[in-house]
Design a protein around this ligand. Sequence first.
Ligand code: PLP
Length: 808
Amino acid sequence: MQLKELARIIGGTFNNSPENTEVNHISIDSRTILGLPNEVFFAISGQQHNAHDFIPELIEKGIKFFVVEEHLHTEKTATFIKVNSTVDAFQKLAQFKRQQFNGNVIGITGSNGKTIVKEWLSTLLSTGSKVLKSPKSYNSQLGVPLSVWPIDNSYQIGIFEAGISQPNEMEKLGQIIQPTIGIFTNIGSAHGEHFESQTQKIQEKLKLFRNTELLIYCRDHQLVHEQIEATYCCNSLNWGINTDSDIPVRITGKKLQVSFLGKDYAFELPFTDTASVENLCHCIVASLHIGLSQAQISDGIRKLKSVKMRLSLKRGLRNNYLIDDSYNNDFEGLKLALDFMEQQKLKEDRVVILTDFVQTKADAQFYQQVNELLKLKKVAQLYAIGPALSAAKAQFGARATFYEDTRAFLKSDVLEELEDKLILVKGSRKFGLERVMHRLVEKIHKTVLEVSLESIAHNLKVFRGFLKPETKVMAMVKAFAYGAGSIEIARLLEFHGVDYLAVAYTDEAITLRNNGIDLPMMVMNATLDDPATLMKYQLEPEIYSINQLKAYLKKYKRAQQKLPAHLIVNTGMNRLGINPSELAALKEVIAQTEWLEIKSIFTHLAASDDLGERDFTLKQIETFNQFSAELSAHLDHEPMKHVLNSAGIVHYPEHQYNMVRLGIGLHGLEADGIRKGSLRLPAQLKTLVSQIRTVKQGETIGYGRKGKAEKEMRIATIAIGYADGYLRIFGNGNAYVSINGQQARTIGNVCMDMTMVDVTGLNVTEGDEVIVFGEQPTINDLAKWANTIPYEILTNVSTRVQRIFHTD
Ligand SMILES: *Cc1c(COP(=O)(O)O)cnc(C)c1O
């Protein structure tokens, strides 16, 4: 777009007469500015800051064009376009771009499910079209224009979500999105503090669809249906499971049947919980309307493995696990949280800490429903906080204890008595349940490794993209799942339908079994002492030598059980494995026993990440192919075959056989980084600034006086050292950490529990958060500085560092 055209569209005036020039990047956040020559910065002020204050600094960074609300007096040369409101201007610009777009635009609103419907629908439609969608949950007054602004006719479809928190917001969003197809997901039971009623909230949301050609919604939501009928004039298409609707949907087990315009379609459901089925139905109906075939939709559904889990799971004191949902509270939300709780198989004993529902009209009947729900979800104990819940005591059985307010609850000894439980903490914001959470979480050490489960699920999905639908995934969770925390990650992977897990040693597998992980599990390095344990815990050993095989067979035979073996062939790695020359001997052992079930035959590639070793790798695969074919021909059953690790999946997807073994890729680290763009980095190692001091020129810092102050310096001591896994080699300026987005280099030697960094001239105060690795610097950066590989950096984070799992 030309600069002058942009000014015309937003109705702005220039401070000078600039050359006309092409501008094609827009930023509204000074922290994420790119610094490109053709970038325009919209100075949009928030509550905390005036964006205009950052302009001189942005000019330094090379930004030349600004849209502002006040002309600035600065000596620096830049072009300012003045408007009355920069927010309005940005919205107008997005609206203009939308008007130039000729394809279909799908607008989504409703109380729950917007983001999931958007993500899933884009997966379904992306099979045949180029789709632009809102990033994350960008659905606000700024999020929507940010999402819409990149649209142009190189796309075929745009999918955008719109969310509002008060009346009169939707009109604007509707003008920007101008959906041709609308989806109304559903409406929660609370109407929110800014709305008088549910009805008003629905009516306001429907304003998104003023000029929409077709609105898709679920007929089963009676109130939504009534409002659409009453206030709404455009075409609509409803589907329903329980009601008489335009598009009847039938569900039997995992099968979903839809009758669309007189034709019947059947799909396999990847998940069966009510919320997911509803979200999926919206997507299917929209896809059918757009003209996708049954096969295309089925294909897309197969890729929809991931359910977005917005709740977070933390490890608590006394072996408790905590689900923190202490921010909102309505009935739907409680249902979702209890569903999430049900999916966690970590602990049997379920406890809920719940406050009054302040945004909902809650009468006795309502609380009776709450009690029914708790019973249904097998909640053993309820701690109820607030006067309304106390007043409804009669609705709850003996499992409930009541407290007038959060203070009274905190004063009781209950929190200290909870042990070995899965605890859901859920309540309205005003009850301040953070204080309860605070008392329940482990606070041993200030350094934490934060792991985003959602990013791991995302990475799994990226790798599945390389695989045929029928190819199985064995997830490698050895070494504490590469340092990230084996139980939680194994549970996540089980939830997302991986087929197998693999660990290095039997102990690791037992820990997983004891925590409710039921997936088939391979143990790579089981010792000869282990067979009884393997049997007891239903573990499947890797068999890497003929002697080991014989010894195991003896023990399994004695126990009258078949040995579930995974045979590894050594094709050039020269670590563990049966050599191809031993094939005859192997066949002989097999011929003499009836106690063997070969689950799989596999090999491990030595250099799958190095394309310079392509010939060698292909030779390994060829050797494996021959060996496994000859062996299989000799068997009465067909074992699975597998070869590829993460880098192998990327480089040699044509050799995926029946299964792949995915490890480091789940952590976003794929050795040569070719998937860098699409993978996410789930792990962040964080610590805190313990103290800051000023040292004079000539003083030294730390052990051995290795750090020298060449001038007066500000030094921060951070709470991480080599005992946490922060290698000594990172000292003396060999690494930096990020504090408030600024780089601070190490100075002096790394100590056992602490490290000093140079914060001279930086905006840092005591108690600030320090990023040791994450987005910046990355694990790869640290690996480079330490002359090692990312695997070692990640697995080296010591067990005393608490792992925190969250879901964004
Ligand atoms: C660790 C391991 C893998 C996984 O390798 P990544 O490079 O982390 O994907 C696969 N197979 C075997 C035998 C392994 O030991």
